[in-house]
Design a protein around this ligand. Structure first.
Ligand code: C5P
Length: 227
């Protein structure tokens, strides 16, 4: 089953403190952004990549795309104030496809197996997202005090990719924009429409590179995969 992917890449990466877009930082031998792009470049079922970018970074990103021979990029629309706006600006430029994946450009370690499963379930059910079971004991805290220990058996930490039938995500983004709702992931927007979203068990190493410590972790993950 073919799909196209939207990669929001227009963040400022303040928590990294690198003074530039964290996606341009090197992870072993190449920029984080290229590691992520190569996942989809190498997946034969991915027929198009859409990157939401900051306009002032577009030329540089274009040059990286050429240098690393990424051929599937179909467009680089301007990102928005929030990640959700960046995703929306890509959807608005895309032609309708069956399945669209949304994936953080800062998550270079997603596995092919997880992508395949997400696409399959999105095709069958409409919406599927990657996540991992909570490992730690989870507590709800208010004003520094525990108010509840939450049953961890039902708790999942949610990642990307998140996969949807295109028309469903398009409608969800459209409605959210009209009512001014800002979600922390795409699934939230689809949940608001009353549509069921399915979980696909992912891997704990599908981390989002956010802080300097994540760069070290990322290098370890890459080295371990090379063995
Ligand atoms: O900042 P954070 O790591 O949560 O961002 C997740 C992804 O969303 C990153 O790949 C980042 O570049 C992207 N993003 C975006 N537009 C924004 C904020 C974040 O495309 N306004």
């Amino acid at each position: 089953m073919n799909y196209e992917v939207v990669l929001p890449a227009a963040g400022s990466g303040k928590r990294m403190g690198a003074g530039k877009n964290k996606l341009f930082l090197q992870l072993l031998n190449k920029p984080i952004l290229i590691h992520t792009l190569e996942v989809f470049q190498n997946d034969p079922h991915c027929t198009g990549i859409w990157l939401a970018v900051k306009p002032e970074e577009r030329d540089y990103i274009q040059s990286l795309i050429s240098q690393y021979e990424i051929t599937k990029v179909k467009g680089l629309p301007a990102g928005g104030e929030e990640r959700q706006h960046s995703v929306h600006s890509c959807l608005k430029e895309m032609d309708e496809v069956d399945i669209v994946l949304v994936h953080d450009a800062a998550r270079p370690f997603v596995t092919q197996q997880v992508i395949d499963k997400l696409v399959q379930i999105a095709h069958e059910k409409g919406a599927a997202i990657a996540g991992v079971k909570a490992k730690d004991t989870m507590k709800k805290v208010e004003d520094g005090v525990i108010v509840e220990t939450v049953d961890r058996d039902n708790l999942w930490a949610i990642q990307t990719p998140q996969a949807f039938r295109f028309d469903l995500l398009y409608e969800a983004e459209d409605v959210a924009e009209k009512v001014g709702f800002l979600g922390t992931d795409e699934a939230m927007l689809v949940e608001r429409l009353g549509h069921q979203v399915y979980i696909v068990e992912s891997t704990y190493d599908n981390v989002k590179i956010t802080t300097k410590e994540d760069l070290l972790l990322g290098e370890m993950i890459l080295k371990q995969r090379e063995i």
